[in-house]
Design a protein around this ligand. Sequence first.
Ligand SMILES: C[S@@+](CC[C@H](N)C(=O)[O-])C[C@H]1O[C@@H](n2cnc3c(N)ncnc32)[C@H](O)[C@@H]1O
Length: 205
Amino acid sequence: MGIYGEQVVPRIVNVACGMRFNKPLRERVCAGLHGRVVEIGFGSGLNVPFYPAAVTSVSAVEPADLGWRLASKRVAASAVPIERAGLDGQALPFADGTFDCALSTWTMCTIPDIATALAEVRRVLVPGGTLHFVEHGRAPDHKVELWQNRLNPVQKRLFGGCHLNRDIRALLATAGFEIREAESFYGEGAPRFEAAQTLGVAVSP
Ligand SMILES: C[S@@+](CC[C@H](N)C(=O)[O-])C[C@H]1O[C@@H](n2cnc3c(N)ncnc32)[C@H](O)[C@@H]1O
C-alpha cells in the first residue's frame, strides 16, 4: 500500500469523515441496528458513539492498522463489545448467517471489488438481516456525474482507491439486497461531485 496509504490516508479519513455534519447521518444510519453487527470499513470507529443499546457486539472489518489505532479511545469507551475481527470486506472470516445486521458508512466507494464484498455481507447475514448504509456515489444530475467521471482517477489516487461514481442502489440490487428504505441527497460540506449521498437500509432476503 505504501507510506501514503498506510500513514496519511487513514488520518485524512479520520478528519474528513469526522466532520460535524456527518454526525446526524451517522445517528440516522445506526438507528435500528441490533444484535450481532458486522461493520465493514470500520475506519477510526467514528460510528461507535452511535451504536444503539440493542447492539450486543460489533465485529469490525478494517484493513488499516492506523485506522484501528485511531479508534482505540472510542473502542475503549464503548458499552458495546467491539473486536477487530477481519481485514477485508471481500473475504469475511465468518460463518454463513452469523450477523443480524451489517453497517457500512462511506466504504462502498473504496473496497476494490465491491460486488464481492456485498455478496460476502449477504452471506454472513441471517435471512432477513439488514445492511444499514450511508455512501457517497453517482450523482443524480448528469453534469455532476460527468465531473465525477473526469475526477475519478485523481480521487482514487489521493484517497486510497475511493471512487466518486459508484451507483450504490444498483450495486445493492445486483447483490440481491432489497432496499427497504433509501434517501438520496447532496450532503453538506463538500462539492456536489463528492456530496451525492444515499442513506438507507437494505434487507438480505
Ligand atoms: C472513507 S473511509 C470510511 C471509514 C468509516 N466507515 C467512517 O465512516 O468513518 C473507507 C474505509 O474503508 C476501508 N477499506 C478499504 N478497503 C477495504 C476492504 N477491502 N475491506 C474493508 N474495508 C476497507 C478503509 O481502510 C477506510 O477505513
